[in-house]
Ligand binder design. Structure first.
Ligand SMILES: Cc1ncc(COP(=O)(O)O)c(C=O)c1O
Length: 439
């Protein structure tokens, strides 16, 4: 049944007066009152986090199912990361010079992900993608980039194309238009993006073959725990790129959390280049990109200018690299096995809970990322996502926050290692209650 939006909104706002007050004063100095808007009012201001919990300034505790947009795999303030940061805080923080933290994490990444022979660091996943796409253009001498409709690759102009386009501008399903996500994106960029549909091999084949002489690279977001895409589809795309001599870039900024060696390990593909971020920084801002030495070596300007480089004041800074290595070293295959087990429990539990309710839902999961889409139909593309019940999503989101679960709209729920069977069961019991509650 679920309580009405009016009741839930009232209960939520009444019990969060400090967040409401901070939101009001924030509006004086920041557009929209602050940096993150997650679609409820007031926004929740969090002032502390530990393990799998967050606390807001009104004193409510939440189980954190978002883990900073999938980044945190060991929960908040894991000891190894805290110790690494603590050492650096007392030893200079940042040096503006080559540092001893670079090689160990580079070696770790190259060992962990076999397709990566050499790697460079940036401050965000966005920058990793920006530099990678530029490298692909420089390496091939071609201008176009192909991406998938609904795929997300950060906030650069190249990336913010056809993520969630208005359906009346999106074009035919099998040959989508390139649509700027926001005003202000350079039209020249849009003209150089080719958009592909997920889960349609025939269309991908046609579009890539037609544009093969202009396309430098295909960049692929696996939409882990979000869209239903069989591994065969990814293998088809990677194989087609090889056949047509187009570079294949796997965007693992998010999906490095689904398996020790990333989504590419699950699907069995060998990309030319890989972009990374999130968990690679252990909670510090980070991005990284790497891949085949013959391509990455274009970034080597030590024996003469190659015409391309990547830099940044904070790129490869010691704090990020030390925290990142500690995080990655602690995120062992055994940790991934634990996350997968809980992800499976959550997936099955969500199917059971929704099947006992009158709210139709499609549960999609990849290992430890799980979404409950409020539609009865398969979710194979962005256009399928549009069919969800928007109003119900809002009500469930508020209901779960009131029950102490920071779970956005049941989209991309993520497991962290401090979670246990009880954490998952408690979430499912709360959801069952929210679904049965009445005004
Ligand atoms: C697949 C993917 N690529 C790139 C990015 C951008 O990373 P960042 O937010 O660190 O710029 C994200 C962020 O969510 C992502 O999910």
């Amino acid at each position: 049944m679920v309580k009405s939006a009016e009741t839930l909104e009232r209960l939520f706002a009444e019990s969060r007066p400090k967040s409401a007050a901070l939101f009001e004063t924030g509006k004086d100095v920041m557009p929209g009152g602050g940096m993150k808007s997650l679609g409820y009012s007031p926004p929740l201001y969090i002032d502390r986090a530990q393990d799998c919990y967050l606390w807001d300034i009104d004193g409510h505790r939440y189980v954190d199912w978002l883990n900073n947009a999938c980044a945190m795999i060991l929960g908040h303030s894991p000891k190894g990361v805290v110790d690494a940061l603590d050492r650096l805080v007392h030893n200079g923080i940042v040096f503006g010079a080559p540092n001893t933290f670079e090689q160990p994490i580079a070696e770790h990444i190259c060992q962990r992900i076999p397709s990566i022979e050499k790697v460079r660091f940036t401050n965000s996943g966005t920058e990793a993608v920006m530099n990678t796409l530029r490298l692909c253009r420089a390496y091939t001498g071609r201008t176009k980039i192909a991406k998938f409709e609904g795929g997300f690759h950060g906030t650069s102009d190249d990336a913010e194309v056809s993520i969630a386009p208005p359906i009346d501008e999106a074009g035919a399903e099998e040959s989508p238009n390139a649509v700027a996500e926001y005003k202000g994106i350079n039209q020249g960029v849009i003209d150089n993006i080719v958009v592909l549909p997920y889960n349609d091999s025939e269309a991908v084949d046609l579009i890539l073959t037609e544009n093969k002489d202009d396309i430098a690279a295909v960049i692929y977001d696996p939409k882990s725990g979000n869209y239903e895409i069989p591994h065969e589809f990814l293998r088809f795309v990677a194989g087609k790129c090889k056949e047509l001599d187009i570079l294949f870039v796997m965007d693992e900024v998010k999906s490095l959390r689904v398996a020790y060696g990333g989504y590419q390990q699950l699907a069995g593909v060998d990309p030319d280049l890989t972009t990374m971020g999130k968990l690679v920084g252990g909670g510090m801002p980070v991005g990284a990109f790497g891949g085949k030495a013959k391509i990455m070596d274009m970034m080597d300007n030590t024996t003469g200018a190659t015409g391309i480089s990547s830099g940044g004041t904070y790129s490869g800074n010691p704090m990020t690299l030390a925290a990142g290595l500690a995080h990655m070293e602690e995120a062992t295959p055994e940790v991934y096995a634990h996350l997968k087990e809980l992800g499976g429990r959550l997936t099955q539990g969500l199917k059971d809970v929704f099947s006992r309710s009158d709210v139709p839902a499609r549960i999609v999961s990849t290992e430890n990322i799980v979404s409950a889409h409020l539609t009865p139909d398969p979710v194979r593309s962005y256009r399928d996502i549009l069919k969800f019940d928007r109003a119900m999503r809002h009500r469930l989101k508020l209901g779960m926050l009131l029950e102490g679960h920071y779970a956005r709209e049941l989209q991309e729920l993520t497991i962290s290692s401090p979670m246990t069977n009880e954490t998952v069961d408690d979430f499912l019991a709360s959801l069952e209650k929210v679904l049965q509650d009445k005004d």
